[in-house]
Design a protein around this ligand. Structure first.
Ligand SMILES: [Zn+2]
Length: 323
């Protein structure tokens, strides 16, 4: 599909939502999730599933809905994390692969806490900190991760072990998860998120859902929302979440997370031990009385972001450089 056609489809799908949100000054409530819903969480790394959406997942599972999670990468590109966790000043490729393996295990544990069973967990295994490259200039030629050294999916647990690290394979594997889950609600990162893997995962979801005519099922979240956000830092579970500075132009809806679901989310986050070591306070500041989701991936007048790349636009607040 050409970029022009995709852009027209996206704008047509989202224009009515943009008009409605402009007329509503306060944050509207997100519709409740019933027992017939099939929810798919698009998680760029192990931990994002809990950070973005842990409260919604716990609430949806309690209501009897089906919830699945697809992890796009395995988190083997976070060098600072490998340095701290493995106590090495210069982690080698084998150390980065070991970190990724450990993070897959942490994701399994977090999913178990959230009530998402083994059959609903999908690991794609594409390269951490490499997803934008796959979509930009390695659509058909394999990309080699400078962190793990892999140029194909190395994990037996993955949806398609041995798939080359290229954009076409990534889109195919993501589409195969959609075929299996047939979601009625997809929660994906907004292209305004500061982390390049998150932006790429958002673009991936937009491309594949757009091609299938399923964009109306999507809602968007932000985890890397600008330096210092969420504020205040730390565990304040009774406070509502505030809109992230990078997503100030988005028409946020509020999902209420009750005290039981907040506790499930906190316990799920505790499973990500490698991440807690380097950014525990930031992670706990996502345990709040609300989670925010936008029916639009980007502002309605920001079409170049949903056409493809580069994205996001210049001038958005930055995020912590190490994350
Ligand atoms: Zn992430």
């Amino acid at each position: 599909m050409s970029r022009t056609v995709l852009r027209a489809l996206l704008l047509a799908a989202f224009a009515p939502l943009a008009a409605a949100s402009a007329a509503t000054p306060e944050l509207p409530a997100m519709p409740a999730i019933g027992p017939d819903a099939r929810v798919l969480i698009v998680s760029p790394h192990p931990d994002d599933e809990s950070l973005c959406c842990g409260g919604l997942i716990a609430t949806a599972r309690r209501a009897g809905a089906a919830v699945s999670i697809v992890w796009i990468t395995s988190g083997g590109g976070f060098r600072l994390d490998a340095m701290v966790v493995q106590k090495k000043a210069r982690p080698k490729r084998s150390d980065m692969r070991a970190l990724a393996r450990r993070r897959i295990g942490e994701a399994e544990s977090a999913a178990r806490e959230l009530g998402v069973g083994p059959d609903a967990r999908y690991f794609l295994g594409y390269p951490d900190r490499g997803l934008l490259r796959l979509l930009l200039d390695h659509y058909e030629s394999p990309y080699r991760s400078k962190y793990t050294g892999a140029n194909a999916v190395p994990w037996e647990v993955a949806v398609s072990p041995g798939s080359p690290y290229d954009g076409a394979s990534l889109e195919r594997d993501f589409a195969s998860v959609l075929d299996r889950v047939r979601p009625t609600l997809v929660l994906a990162p907004s292209p305004y998120d500061a982390h390049p893997d998150h932006r790429a995962s958002g673009i991936l979801a937009l491309r594949v859902l757009g091609t299938r005519g399923e964009l109306a099922n999507a809602r968007f979240w932000i985890v890397h929302g600008g330096r210092g956000w969420p504020r205040p830092r730390g565990l304040y579970p009774d406070l509502p979440q505030t809109p992230p500075p990078r997503g100030a132009s988005l028409p946020w809806e509020m999902f209420t997370v009750d005290t039981d679901a907040r506790e499930v989310k906190r316990l799920a986050l505790r499973m990500h031990e490698t991440q807690l070591k380097v950014m525990g306070r930031k992670m706990m500041s996502f345990v709040r009385a609300t989670e925010l989701y936008s029916p639009l991936p980007v502002a309605a007048d920001d079409a170049r972001c949903i056409e493809a790349l580069p994205c996001p636009p210049d001038g958005l607040p930055e995020d912590e450089p190490a994350l």
